[in-house]
Design a protein around this ligand. Structure first.
Ligand code: ATP
Ligand code: PRP
Ligand code: MG
Length: 282
């Protein structure tokens, strides 16, 4: 049985459960459940604090975990990222009251409040900056107003929390994060159960990113059409009863679908349809 750590709370928890559900796995019915077994898929899910997941996975007691890249790196645990999942995207940045500092190089002698001490201490050291770090559990944006620190380092998505606190980012992002699948560093990546789990999640990512496009076009325009919709391994082309016409089917990126339909129409393609992909194995 594959043992998988899933975030039980916070920004990662809802989207992770949704992705696992789309991949065909049973998920817990209520938020107090700490573990469930999905016998049909031979998987056991453990609902754990996102911050603890890399530690459990590095211990070898759990095979796989879903957590944030920033949490993985901050933990210092001996676990590695094996698949990025595209949700809970954020940057990790320094912020101050306007006029306090222009970048990390100005932080000598200051105090930085953060929930991610591991990332911040390393970043300061890598930049040769001597600043102290104070650990706070959350809502770190308030630390400056209340005099606990001159600088914060925190997760930024829309920037709303910073704006509301009258703070602005300084310097370049320390890192970019998103939800990731992790496993113990150096673990054999060929294990069939693990590979099957990753293929299922990859299938969800593809189904979310691509749509299926079907259209009819004149045979003499086929090469132009194929250049517009190359598909993954090449489009499927079938003859139409109407001589001189062919039907074409290819996967296209969902975000480009409308532009691609316009381009196909312009070269004379007609009956252009897009349909959602519900599941996929590449
Ligand atoms: N507003 C956000 N947008 C996108 N990702 C976020 C956001 N806030 C936190 N994250 C990501 O979520 C993970 C942190 O999860 P965690 O549950 O510890 O904190 P949280 O989502 O802020 O929840 P909590 O309410 O418990 O503070 C990190 O990977 C972080 O990058
Ligand atoms: O840039 P934004 O869109 O505002 O998002 C970033 C904020 O979201 C998270 O806070 P959360 O609400 O989880 O509270 P926390 O600080 O207690 O973790 C994060 O810690 C930032 O404060
Ligand atoms: Mg938070």
């Amino acid at each position: 049985m594959l043992r998988i750590a899933v975030p039980n709370k916070g920004s990662l928890s809802g989207p992770a459960a949704e992705m696992l559900h789309e991949a065909g796995y049973q998920q817990r019915r209520e938020s107090k459940e700490l573990r469930i077994v999905d016998p049909g898929n031979e998987v056991e899910f453990f609902y754990l604090r996102p911050r603890d997941i890399a530690i459990y996975v590095s211990s070898g007691k759990l095979d796989i975990g879903i957590t944030g890249r920033d949490l993985l790196i901050d933990s210092g645990a001996s676990a590695e990222e094996i698949l990025p999942l595209g949700f809970a995207r954020s940057t990790f940045r320094y912020a101050t009251k306007p006029g306090t500092a222009g970048g990390v190089e100005d932080l000598n002698g200051m105090t930085v409040a953060t929930s991610y001490e591991g990332i911040v201490a390393k970043h300061l050291a890598d930049n040769g900056v001597d600043a102290s770090v104070v650990h706070l559990d959350g809502a770190v944006e308030t630390a400056i107003e209340l005099g606990v620190a001159e600088v914060i380092a925190d997760v930024v998505e829309t920037g709303t929390s910073l704006r509301n606190a009258g703070l602005e980012v300084i310097g370049e992002p320390i890192m970019k994060s998103e939800a990731v699948v992790i496993r113990r560093t150096g673990e054999n990546g060929e294990e069939p159960k693990v590979q099957q789990f990753l293929r299922r999640l990859q299938g969800v990512l593809v189904a979310r990113t691509y749509v299926m496009m079907d259209y009819d076009c004149r045979a003499e325009h086929l090469e132009e059409a194929v250049a517009i919709t190359p598909g993954l391994e090449g489009p499927t082309v079938s003859p139409l009863h109407n001589e001189g016409w062919v039907a074409v089917r290819a996967m296209v990126p969902a975000k480009d679908a409308q532009r691609i339909m316009d381009d196909l129409y312009a070269i004379g393609a007609r009956a252009i349809l897009t349909t959602a992909i519900h599941a996929c194995r590449l």
